[in-house]
Structure formats: structure tokens, C-alpha cells
Design a protein around this ligand. Structure first.
Ligand SMILES: *Cc1c(COP(=O)(O)O)cnc(C)c1O
Length: 477
């Protein structure tokens, strides 16, 4: 048989080789384009299924040559696109150790389950949720929102798991027009349907208009529909806007609605005492989605759902099966059955990287890192405002900045400005010097910079403004 069961020394040697590659990779990021575009090299990824194996040294050499040099780029200090964090090396090591144990985290009385339970309590404390609140680590924010909304759906329509929605008044979900599209996906997958998803307009700072939300709720009620869930943004993906969470909590309490907060981007910033007041009202949510793989800088994947009232998640997900542990006297039984808090049975040990990160950095270490990201965003906004050829479209609330190139005295029309700004982004990304993404802000094309990156320095954001201006001038001439 091919050798699978390596002895301790062979495991060590294999690990050392990988560790060397990891160190080399991180150090070498600065010498390569930010975004590791494959392009013409795609053919190298088109190989027949190997029948005969190669020595591991050869496989690792191929990884070094072909794969490691072409990353998405988010561990580079000049990566500013989407909301993709730089990975903390502590988390990299944690994932290796977690994979070494290969614990299945559906439940049971083993260390990983206790670690996950602990991590969830810590996350609840960061968010200001009560100690008895429950949760689960998910693959990311999308699954965290889905899991929370599934919990809400069952809480509001107790018969839905048995009967579906047949014969019941349609549930309605409310969110601002800036809500992340994973909420659209969840509304679809939960059978609620997009016709029952109200996208409420936002104010000039991209926050939900609570007056219009109230109107929409009243209209739905009088039309015989059932207002059910309000999704508040604790940091929108587009601009970092924070909805008036306190007002949403009041409204949901008055109307008997489930208040869910999507904090996938922003909520972890509450780890900073200085920033926590921005999230006032979050602590009153019925459920919160958070994303440790954003502002806790753990490598992919780790999201988190927290639900205020114990038992709500099990009501939505429990489904006994004869092959799982039911015997109360079983020595296997553990403190939490995570398979009863989400759709998955087998689950990896995602909690270790979050636990190790919090143990090592502490809340104060993370607070400083998050505050640094906000400071970089402010530095960028200042550089943009101080430059006559740019216009700041979305000043940073957290660490996202929306701006556009609009050269003074050129009098370019809106469609030309849109095209020019998209071209500038493509040129900057194509050059390999930066990675940022365009977006639309109230219909205008903007360059969007999101900094979740403890490697970014002020010189990086200043260089971006200079290079964008240069690209703009070249494109105009
Ligand atoms: C990132 C993000 C999501 C989606 O999270 P993933 O981890 O990418 O699945 C949802 N909502 C907001 C506000 C986000 O920023």
C-alpha cells in the first residue's frame, strides 16, 4: 500500500518543509504583484488525474512554483479590495494544529467543543450580548446570516418546518438598500421570496431611513402580510455605514419583530472600547452575524452566528437521527450539539484559530489593530480631500473609503467620470501595485478601499492617491 501513516520524524520533516514555504511566501509577497493573476498560465492547472503518485518534495516544489506565487493578494499591505483581511500568522498555525487533530465538531465531550463554546461566549461579550446567548461558528458571514435568519424564521412561524408556508400569510423581511446580497440569498433559500424582501432607501450617509421603514411595515400589515424580521447593518459592505441600531431595536420591540444585525464587517470593531459606542443598540439584537475572518484576521474560514435567546437555534435545526448520540448516559455526550445549531453535521475545528488569536492578542491587541485600520482609512480620506482632483463620496465611518477621480477644471460628464474611474481601477490592479475594487455610490462609480490589514502603512494609502491621480492624467491625455 502507498504510505499514508508517516512516523513522527517524517511528519516533522514534512511540516518543516511547509513552514519554510509559509515563511518564504509571506516575506515574498512584497516582491510580486498584489493580485496573483493566472492569465496565460491557466494551462498549468489543466492536468490529467494522477494515477501514480510523486514524492512529496516534488509536489511541494510544484506548489511553490505554481500556486503560492498566485494568491488573491489579501495578505499584501496594498490590498484594499472587498473586505478581505490579511491573515494573522497565529491563525495559520492554529489551522495546521486544528487539522492535525481533525476533530469533528458536531458535538461531544472533547476539547474542540469546549473551545468553540468558549469562543462563542467571548464573541457574545465583545458584541455586548447576554452571557446565556447561544451561537455557532460558520464558514463565513453569508452562512452566519443564513443561520440567524433560519432561526428567526422558525421563531416567527413555528409551524414552518413541518408545514412549510402553505396557507400562512407571507413573512416580510426589511433591510436597507445597502444590505449585503447574502441576505437576498437567505431570503430566497428560506422560502420567503424576494417579493417579501423590502429594500428601504438610505439617507445621505447610507443608513436605513427608519421613517420609511415604519411606513413599509404599516403598509404590509394593512395588506395582510406579516412583518417579521428587520436586518440592521452594523457596518455595510459598501461604505461601512452603521444603521441606527438603537432605533431599530426600539422599533422591533414596539412592533414585535425579530431584530437581526448583520455585523459581518463591522461588529467585531466593538472589541475596541473607543469604537463600541458606534454600535449602540447592537446588544439588543435577537441575532447577530459576525465574521472573525474579517476583523479578527483569522485565515478563512470563520464566521459566527449569535442568538440572544437560548433554545431558539435548536428549535430551528434539531432533527434527531438514530445514528447520533441520544443516550443520556453516553460518555460521548458533550456541552453543545453544534449539529443542532445549523445545517451542518460534520464540521472542522474553526474555533482554535479564534481562540488562539484572542488568547495571544487579547482584546487590547485587536482593538489597536482595528483602530489602526480606521486611522489608515482616515489618512486616505484626508489625502483624497486634500487633492484637488479627487472627490470624497463616502467618508469613512469604519475603514472603508469611497472616492473618485474628478480632475479640476475638466468638466467631465457623469458617464465619462464613471468610465474613467473604472479604467483607473483596472489600470492600478493590472499594474500589480494595488488591489482595489470599484463600486456604485448613489449611482456614481467610485473607487472603494477597505482596509482590514495590519500591514498597511500611511505611505501605502498615500501612494494609492498619487498613483490613481497619475493613472487618471494618463488616461485623459
Ligand atoms: C463580508 C460580508 C458578508 C458576507 O460574509 P462572507 O464571510 O463573505 O460570507 C455579509 N455582510 C456583510 C456586511 C459583509 O461585510
Amino acid at each position: 500500500m502507498h504510505e499514508f501513516d508517516l512516523d513522527a520524524e517524517a511528519v516533522r520533516q514534512l511540516g518543516y518543509r511547509a513552514v519554510d514555504l509559509a515563511a518564504e511566501h509571506r516575506a515574498g509577497l512584497l516582491d510580486r504583484p498584489v493580485f496573483g493573476k493566472v492569465g496565460d498560465g491557466a494551462a498549468a492547472f489543466d492536468e490529467p488525474l494522477p494515477e501514480t503518485g510523486q514524492p512529496i518534495a516534488q509536489v511541494l516544489a510544484t506548489v511553490r512554483e505554481r500556486i503560492l506565487p498566485r494568491p488573491f493578494g489579501n495578505s499584501h499591505p496594498r490590498f484594499f479590495a472587498f473586505i478581505n483581511a490579511t491573515a494573522d500568522p497565529v491563525g495559520i498555525v492554529a489551522d495546521y494544529l486544528a487539522a492535525t487533530m481533525n476533530s469533528n465538531c458536531w458535538g461531544g465531550d472533547h476539547a474542540a467543543i469546549h473551545v468553540e463554546k468558549q469562543v462563542l461566549r467571548w464573541l457574545a461579550a465583545i458584541l455586548g450580548l447576554p452571557e446565556e446567548s447561544e451561537g455557532i461558528l460558520t464558514s463565513g458571514g453569508s452562512m452566519a446570516n443564513f443561520t440567524a435568519l433560519a432561526t428567526a424564521r422558525r421563531a416567527i412561524a413555528p409551524g414552518v418546518r413541518q408545514d412549510g408556508f402553505a396557507g400562512t400569510e407571507p413573512l416580510v423581511v426589511y433591510a436597507s438598500e445597502e444590505v449585503h446580497n447574502c441576505v437576498d440569498k437567505a431570503v430566497d433559500l428560506l422560502g420567503i421570496g424576494w417579493k417579501q424582501l423590502r429594500k428601504i432607501p438610505t439617507d445621505e450617509r447610507y443608513r436605513i431611513r427608519v421613517d420609511l421603514l415604519k411606513q413599509a411595515i404599516a403598509e404590509d400589515r394593512s395588506a395582510g402580510r406579516k412583518p417579521a424580521i428587520v436586518v440592521g447593518n452594523a457596518g455595510t459592505v459598501n461604505t461601512g455605514a452603521i444603521d441606527p441600531l438603537e432605533e431599530l431595536a426600539d422599533l422591533c420591540a414596539a412592533e414585535g419583530l425579530w431584530f437581526h444585525a448583520d455585523g459581518a464587517y463591522g461588529a467585531m470593531a466593538a472589541i475596541s472600547k473607543q469604537l463600541k459606542p458606534l454600535f449602540k443598540g447592537l446588544e439588543r439584537a435577537d441575532s447577530v452575524a459576525a465574521d472573525p475572518h474579517k476583523w479578527l484576521y483569522v485565515p478563512y474560514e470563520a464566521g459566527a452566528t449569535l442568538v440572544r435567546e437560548p433554545g431558539r437555534m435548536a428549535a430551528a435545526f434539531q432533527r434527531p437521527a438514530p445514528y447520533l448520540v441520544h443516550d443520556p448516559a453516553s460518555p460521548v455526550r458533550g456541552p453543545v450539539s453544534f449539529n443542532e445549531r445549523g445545517p451542518e453535521l460534520s464540521r472542522g475545528f474553526k474555533a482554535l484559530k479564534v481562540w488562539m488569536g484572542l488568547k495571544h492578542h487579547g482584546t487590547s491587541g485587536y482593538a489597536a489593530a482595528v483602530e489602526h485600520d480606521l486611522a489608515m482609512a482616515r489618512a486616505l480620506a484626508d489625502a483624497v480631500s486634500g487633492h484637488g482632483d479627487f472627490e470624497l463620496l463616502a467618508p469613512p465611518v469604519l475603514s472603508i473609503v469611497g472616492f473618485r477621480y474628478r480632475p479640476a477644471g475638466c468638466g467631465l460628464a457623469e458617464p465619462e467620470l464613471d468610465r474613467l474611474n473604472r479604467q483607473i481601477v483596472n489600470r492600478l490592479v493590472g499594474s500589480g501595485a494595488f488591489f482595489l475594487a470599484p463600486t456604485l455610490l448613489k449611482g456614481r462609480t467610485a473607487m472603494r478601499v477597505a482596509i482590514v490589514n495590519f500591514r498597511t502603512r500611511e505611505e501605502d494609502v498615500r501612494a494609492l492617491v498619487e498613483e490613481a491621480a497619475r493613472a487618471g492624467r494618463e488616461l485623459l491625455c
